[in-house]
Design a protein around this ligand. Structure first.
Ligand SMILES: [Cu+2]
Length: 449
């Protein structure tokens, strides 16, 4: 009995440690430390990952099929490179013991996301994201990238990464740090323009990564329409590979659904595609994201998503939910490229959301990640009003809403006392770095008298 309990404790401890690891590690991918780079890395058919200071560097690499990755152990102690997640080997590759100076190589022949870890040191994890394509086909292959190497001189430039993303269409920045996508009226349609392209994105000071973004920002700009609007959304693809846009939750005709290879061909690099539909969904929170025939996971991980808010016809939210003074949209995400973020940013870079005592605050909440995030509000309870754009049978009073991947929520509260009230994911690994500092999925409402 005692040994059973001990074993359970060992498991709990191991998973706890692993949780911390998962929490702080995804942010390491393809970071820029200087502010000058504006051009791209590069494919290669041989990539090296250093093992030193108990970490894989770079921790996340993007490569094409056919690429051989070589890990080299620069630490004085032995490590392994073992494929699998949560410390469970999946048998795809395993270096076994690598003493100081030893190397291990593996050639990735199939697309996919490969997680790996050190069998001795659970804090050491890494990811290889493999894109279909041939690394040896030379200059005409646009699909691949090796973001582990940001030096333009190390290979043939395959695509250009625009300067640090700040929104490319002059969209005004809102208090929640999102941009609002402007439109023009043409023949009774609200016409919007989205351009998908690689940019640099600053997740927080000191953490600059490559992003694939709509109009230069992660998330893409907020599209806000009225129920019943006729819309045209013109999508231009400046990515190095095909893409589409899916209108998540909006019940559009099949031809406008944006599923690559199913409802349409992928929009090729350099091409433009126009989506046309009438917004029949009820007022509420929805989203848009890329949904290409291949590489959907990569494209979403790289930042191709944004919120889509439907308002009541004409008068805004006050018609359905009278008296709101503050309205914020918060998009939570957990991609390997950015780590744990709210509106593309990691605490302390996340927006501080102002409110006055007595304000009614409306929050549109979107989970575009691959994990659940129980979002918890300090100091006040909120009412959960809607899920996936549709009203609940009755509002539910709560302080934590467990958001699932792909779901959207509308919640509201009265800011009834002054303070800086955190709103954060309650999975501690999603809000703590390896030194124990607060980071990641934390934002706050700054309620003032
Ligand atoms: Cu979380």
């Amino acid at each position: 009995m005692r040994s059973m309990i001990q074993r359970i404790w060992v498991m709990v401890a191991a998973f706890g440690l692993l949780g911390m690891t998962v929490g702080c590690q995804p942010q390491g991918a393809s970071q820029q430390t200087d502010n000058t780079a504006s051009s791209a890395p590069i494919q290669s058919h041989a990539v090296t990952v250093d093992i030193k200071n108990f970490a894989y560097s770079p921790e996340t690499i993007h490569i094409m099929t056919g690429t051989t990755v070589t890990w080299r152990n620069d630490d004085s102690v032995s490590h392994t490179v073992t494929s699998g997640a949560n410390q469970k080997a999946d048998g795809v590759f395993d270096s076994k013991d690598m003493a100081h100076g030893q190397t291990f190589s593996y050639t990735f022949s199939k697309p996919g996301t490969y997680h790996y870890f050190c069998a001795y040191h659970p804090i050491m994890t890494g990811t290889v994201i493999v894109t279909a394509g041939s690394s040896s086909s030379g200059a005409d292959n646009m699909a691949g990238m090796n973001m582990s190497n940001a030096s333009p001189s190390s290979g043939t430039e395959k695509y250009t990464i625009a300067p640090l993303g700040t929104g490319t269409s002059g969209e005004p920045k809102q208090a929640d740090d999102l941009r609002l996508l402007p439109y023009t009226m043409e023949d009774g349609y609200k016409v919007f323009h989205l351009t998908a392209e690689p940019v640099w994105w600053q997740v927080k000071p000191g953490q600059k990564v490559e992003a694939w973004a709509y109009n230069g920002s992660v998330p893409g700009p907020e599209i806000k329409v009225d129920q019943g609007d006729k819309v045209k959304i013109v999508v231009t693809n400046k990515l190095p590979e095909g893409t589409t846009v899916h209108w998540h939750g909006l019940d559009v005709p099949f031809s406008q659904d944006g599923t690559g290879g199913v409802s349409q061909p992928d929009i090729k690099p350099g091409q433009t595609w126009t989506y046309t539909f009438t917004v029949t969904a009820p007022p509420g929170t929805y989203m848009y994201h890329s949904h290409p025939m291949t590489d959907m996971e990569k494209q979403e991980d790289m930042g191709l998503f944004g919120p889509f808010i439907v308002e009541p016809k004409g008068t805004g939210w006050t018609q359905v939910h009278p008296g709101y003074q503050d309205e914020y949209t918060l998009v939570v995400n957990d991609s390997p490229q950015f780590g744990y973020t709210i509106n593309g940013l990691s605490y302390p870079a996340t927006p501080v959301l102002p409110a006055k005592v007595g304000d009614k605050v409306l929050v549109h909440l979107v989970n575009i990640g691959s994990m659940n995030h129980p979002m918890h509000l300090h100091g006040m309870h909120f009412q959960l009003l809607e899920q996936d754009g549709y009203p609940l049978p009755a509002p539910q009073t709560m302080d934590t809403v467990d958001t699932a991947p792909g779901t959207t929520y509308d919640l509201a509260f009265v800011a009834n006392q002054p303070g800086k009230w955190l709103f954060h994911c309650h999975i501690t690994a999603h809000v703590t770095d390896s030194q124990g500092n607060m980071t990641g999925m934390i934002t706050m409402f700054d309620v003032k008298n």
